[in-house]
Design a protein. Structure first.
Length: 601
């Protein structure tokens, strides 16, 4: 009985922390159609199993408490800045978070001190609880341990088996556990943090799409072989960290205009599949022409799936005689970029470890200093070049007074904190815009043909600013909303420019997977996949997102993946991507003749 009461208390504490709302936690436990009792049961069974292994009563709950409460707290914090709950796959980038801690401490020292104090108190309380438990907890008899194992192990085994959301489970249905994998916010709200987290454990594995075979891949129409003009243009793609137009905030006036260059040369908008973070997923699309829409929720291809040579824009251009470089003024291990760029076919990766010291703006490498280094590197290369550069200065958090010499002023009916935060962000965005102008001015004077593509990876995590200004209802973007609302909360500026024709205009709204298409088309380069297959896709759909498709004529198709049949063009896209990334490489020579083929074993 004591174990049951304590398990119920732990389960309620987890929901209270994860939801950051007493009313929401109470609603979860009072609704008979939600699996609150199943959650308590899981904690009871896990506690009994641990008790049996350790031979002491209540040891299980003592160990389970921090293992359950800490992820619940992380879930609540992630919800403040990003659009998604805490997934099991998030553990893959724990090192990234720790590496960013110095920046977070510098930007928010009071919060850091409070967090450190809370952590110390938590450790003290846990140690005190362990000491008290060792003194008072009764030892279990052999029979007691055996009975606990007999009860807990089979039940936990059955529980693990029913977490396979891809198959129907009568027991899971009776326990009111309803996998809602297409809408993770709803999944966590309906099933509770513990069970939703468990449902996501199998999601790192990519299942074979229905209908996949060598025959179906062979039926996908092919396209002519690659052609490259004799006068090969240099190509520089800059993905600007959290770059967006802050003048879109309602009721806010920012002076002077932070984005004059982007406003003059803007080609369209990039529909980001992410919000406030997960930069590597936008990179993945922009470099490969593949889509996160066909991968599991919460997945990070850079860290989970790219373990062998993969077709990419860099690999193709290298096969055509280009020098291919990736540049980013931060650690090479971040997002697993060093090995991933190698698998993608880059000649080299100039990370923080290999770049010369760059002048900082605030706590991070200045966009202007980084742009000057891009130019310096380009001027040293004689052969045609392809650069993919990821900036850093625009990274959050956006605390007031980050730039003491800020030239921009944000005005409106705003709190002092929001006004200061917007000013900080606008100053950084203005620096990014000025660095783009520097790059275009340099390129316009070159004799060599040069293309520059520039876009933001996602909207910045401005949190309460969005709510206070009325830009969004919540601190994070919607994943399911009408097309206009999705565009407002996911679109970032896109510029594609050449020094012989100027800015490409009227591209409209596109997914990052279509950036290779527009860049190569501007360069006069043809390729079976990047301009052929993606060109056919683009003639039908401009946005391919896991939650919404937007057609070339602007029609939106929400929740398309749940509806049957799936559009034939989208199905071809999904099948071909699976074939190249996980399958038998049946179509790789047809669409990627430059590839190094090594099908997964």
């Amino acid at each position: 009985m004591i174990t049951l009461v304590l398990a119920a208390g732990l389960a309620f504490g987890v929901e209270l922390i994860a939801r950051d709302s007493l009313s929401a936690a109470l609603a979860f436990f009072s609704d008979i159609h939600r699996p609150a009792l199943a959650t308590v049961g899981v904690f009871v069974l896990a506690a009994l199993a641990i008790d049996a292994f350790l031979g002491r009563a209540h040891a299980g709950l003592l160990l389970l408490a921090p293992l359950a409460l800490i992820p619940a707290w992380i879930n609540s914090q992630k919800g403040i800045y990003l659009s998604d709950p805490f997934y099991p796959t998030d553990f893959l980038y724990a090192r990234q978070i720790f590496d960013l801690l110095p920046l977070l401490v510098a930007e928010r020292p009071k919060s850091a001190v409070a967090l450190a104090a809370a952590a110390i108190c938590g450790v003290i309380l846990f140690v005190a609880a362990v000491v008290a438990w060792r003194r008072r907890a009764p030892r279990l008899s052999r029979k007691g341990r055996f009975m606990r194992l007999v009860l807990a192990v089979p039940a936990l085994t059955a529980f693990v088996s029913m977490m396979d959301y891809a198959t129907f489970s009568w027991a899971r249905d009776r326990l009111r556990i309803v996998p809602i994998m297409w809408d993770q916010k709803e999944n966590y709200a309906v099933n509770g943090f513990t069970l939703a987290f468990a449902l996501n454990l199998p999601m790192a594995e990519v299942t074979k799409p229905a209908g996949y075979s060598a025959e179906t891949i062979d039926k996908i129409p092919g396209f002519p072989a690659a052609t490259v003009p004799d006068d090969k243009p240099d190509i520089i793609i800059v993905m600007s960290e959290s770059f967006w137009d802050p003048t879109q905030l309602p009721g806010v006036t920012i002076t002077p205009d932070p984005l004059p260059t982007v406003r003059e040369f803007r080609s369209g908008s990039m529909f980001s599949p992410e919000f406030g973070g997960m930069t590597a997923n936008i990179e993945f699309e922009a470099l490969t022409g593949f889509s996160n829409a066909f991968l599991p929720y919460g997945s990070i291809p850079y860290q989970q799936y790219i373990r062998r040579p993969l077709p990419s824009l860099a690999r193709f251009l290298r096969s055509e005689g280009y020098a291919t470089r990736a540049l980013h003024p931060f650690s090479g291990w971040f997002w697993n970029r060093s090995p991933v760029y190698q698998f993608m076919g880059f000649d080299g990766f100039l990370s923080e470890e290999k770049l010369p010291p760059l002048r900082k703006r605030g706590q991070l490498a200045s966009d202007m200093a980084f742009t000057d280094e891009i130019i310096r590197q380009a001027e040293q290369i004689r052969e045609p070049l392809f650069f993919f550069a990821v900036t850093l200065q625009g990274h959050g958090p956006y605390e007031p007074n980050r730039y003491p010499d800020a030239m921009h002023v944000a005005k409106g009916q705003l709190s002092a904190w929001s006004s200061g935060s917007i000013t900080t962000y606008a100053e950084g965005a203005s620096d990014a815009d000025a660095s783009l102008k520097r790059l275009l001015d340099w390129a316009s004077k070159r004799k060599r043909k040069t293309i520059v593509a520039f876009f933001g990876d996602h909207l910045p995590p401005l949190g309460p600013v969005y709510v206070e200004t009325g830009f969004m209802k919540d601190k994070v973007a919607n994943r399911h909303a009408p097309a206009a609302e999705m565009a407002r909360e996911h679109d970032t500026p896109l510029v594609i420019w050449s020094n012989w024709a100027g800015a490409v205009k009227d591209i409209g709204e596109v997914s990052p997977a279509f950036i290779p298409l527009h860049v190569l088309t501007t360069a006069g380069i043809m390729h079976p996949y990047y301009t052929g297959f993606l060109g056919r896709m683009h003639s039908q759909f401009h946005v391919v997102d896991r939650n919404m498709l937007i057609s070339a004529d602007g029609k939106d198709f929400p929740d398309w993946a749940r509806k049957k049949p799936i559009d034939p063009a989208i199905n071809d896209f999904r099948l071909l991507q699976y074939d190249v990334m996980f399958g038998k490489h049946s179509g790789i020579w047809k669409f990627f003749p430059e590839a190094e083929s090594s099908p997964p074993s």
